[in-house]
Design a binder for this molecule. Structure first.
Ligand SMILES: Cc1ncc(COP(=O)(O)O)c(C=O)c1O
Length: 400
């Protein structure tokens, strides 16, 4: 952005924490993404075909006909009793542990759960360990609270927990460790069972809190989910969850569940963010869960995303030049591509847009400039019919 007297004026007034840098090159690439007719592997949005339009409309009519006021009124900060109960039962079924009433709260999306954790735990300069790569929104949230963000590498089995242990042994002292153990964004891999057990032990031994983001947990292609970190160690884990990928993001609804003292602190922080998550979304979600509709929708979503993932992986196999590697997701929305030696993903992203294809360069997902030769490919939103064409176009640019 050009420096003018106007921008200087605002820069003097903006808070110091707003000065975090996303990188001009990346901002330039992202600016293209709104272009029409792009074959987009960029955004991590759910496919609108999964949206429950008719059922949502029917429920609204029911609420109105029944003279219900709860759905239209302010809600308690922790959440409405009915939706909290429905969510607790769901966590019990899906994760094998029912949270106590004072452990769970409903948030305005997972991103708000992260914001509340930041607000409750982070002072300027505090250390947060993340997976490298990790979710951009989380890096931004931690940076927004002026934390120092350090990435520990991942491999095909998730975070390299032995490397984390080594660094802790060398004196690394994080307050928080943020992880996305299932179908990670952006890497598309999951943390192995063995590493989950080791990770929670490290948290206990070294006294940090694990922030577990389960955004894609329910979107596995098979029924073989490993135990959640929260179910393994509810004493050292706060879990942030979302209904954005399993219900629909228009309601902005998620949860946080953790030790009672932590949960109380998050509720207190929420009082002066949005005071409460929208009651309408809470009630819609409650009915969805109680009537079993969420499970029907999930089954359809999982098979849709599985099909799209298979198409994209087959296209990668067919078109990508030798030396290109990618991950094989077993759920979620993403595969993570590594370009042949010397590859520059920022440059590739710019040239891809000119050929009508959108991707996100990997450096966006690291706090430290790594990921120059990586690309995040999302298969969730792209039209199935153009996946092959899009990957062929992208592949033709990789070595040129
Ligand atoms: C890992 C991860 N966490 C959280 C979110 C945001 O969730 P919500 O829509 O509930 O704020 C996303 C969305 O892209 C995500 O990928």
């Amino acid at each position: 952005m050009a420096i003018t007297p106007e921008t200087q004026r605002w820069d003097r007034l903006f808070a110091a924490r707003t000065r975090g840098d996303v990188g001009e090159g990346i901002a330039a690439v992202l600016a293209f993404l709104g272009m029409p007719n792009l074959i987009s592997f960029a955004g991590g949005f759910p496919d609108p075909r999964t949206f429950p339009r008719e059922r949502a409309a029917a429920l609204l009519e029911e609420f109105a006909a029944a003279g219900e006021s709860t759905a239209f009124q302010y809600a308690p900060t922790r959440g409405l009793a009915g939706p909290l109960d429905a969510l607790a039962s769901r966590l019990e079924v899906l994760q094998g542990r029912r949270p106590a009433d004072d452990e769970l709260l409903i948030t305005s999306g997972a991103i708000e759960a992260l914001e509340l954790v930041c607000k409750s735990f982070l002072d300027r300069g505090d250390l947060v360990v993340v997976e490298g790569p990790t979710y951009l929104g989380a890096i931004m949230a931690f940076r927004g609270f002026e934390a120092e963000v350090v990435a520990v590498p991942m491999d095909d089995h998730g975070l390299e927990v032995d490397e984390l242990e080594r660094r802790l042994g060398d004196g690394l002292r994080p307050k928080l460790l943020y992880a996305i153990p299932d179908h990670q964004n952006p890497a598309g891999v999951s943390l192995s069972r063995e590493r989950r057990v080791l990770l929670v032990e490290l948290a206990r031994r070294h006294g940090f809190l694990i922030v577990e983001d389960v955004a894609y947990r329910e979107l596995g292609f098979e029924d073989d989910a490993a135990p959640s970190l929260w179910s393994l160690a509810p004493d050292v884990v706060v879990q942030a969850g979302t209904t954005s990928k399993t219900f629909f993001p228009g309601v902005r609804l998620g949860w946080a569940v953790g030790p009672a003292e932590v949960s109380a602190q998050l509720v207190s922080a929420k009082q002066n963010t949005d005071q409460c998550a929208g009651a309408l979304g809470q009630r819609l979600f409650e009915e969805y869960v109680r009537r079993g509709w969420i499970d029907e929708q999930l089954a359809q979503s999982r098979s849709l995303y599985r099909r799209k993932s298979e198409r994209m992986l087959a296209a990668l196999e067919r078109w990508m030049p030798a030396g290109t590697r990618w991950t094989f997701p077993k759920g979620g929305f993403f595969s993570w591509l590594t370009l042949p030696a010397g590859g520059d993903a920022n440059d590739l992203a710019r040239r891809a847009v000119e050929r009508g294809v959108a991707i996100v360069p990997g450096s966006l997902f690291f706090p430290d400039g790594r990921g120059v030769d990586n690309v995040r490919l999302s298969f969730s939103l792209v039209d199935e019919a153009v996946i092959d064409d899009g990957i062929e176009r992208l592949a033709s640019l990789v070595l040129s």
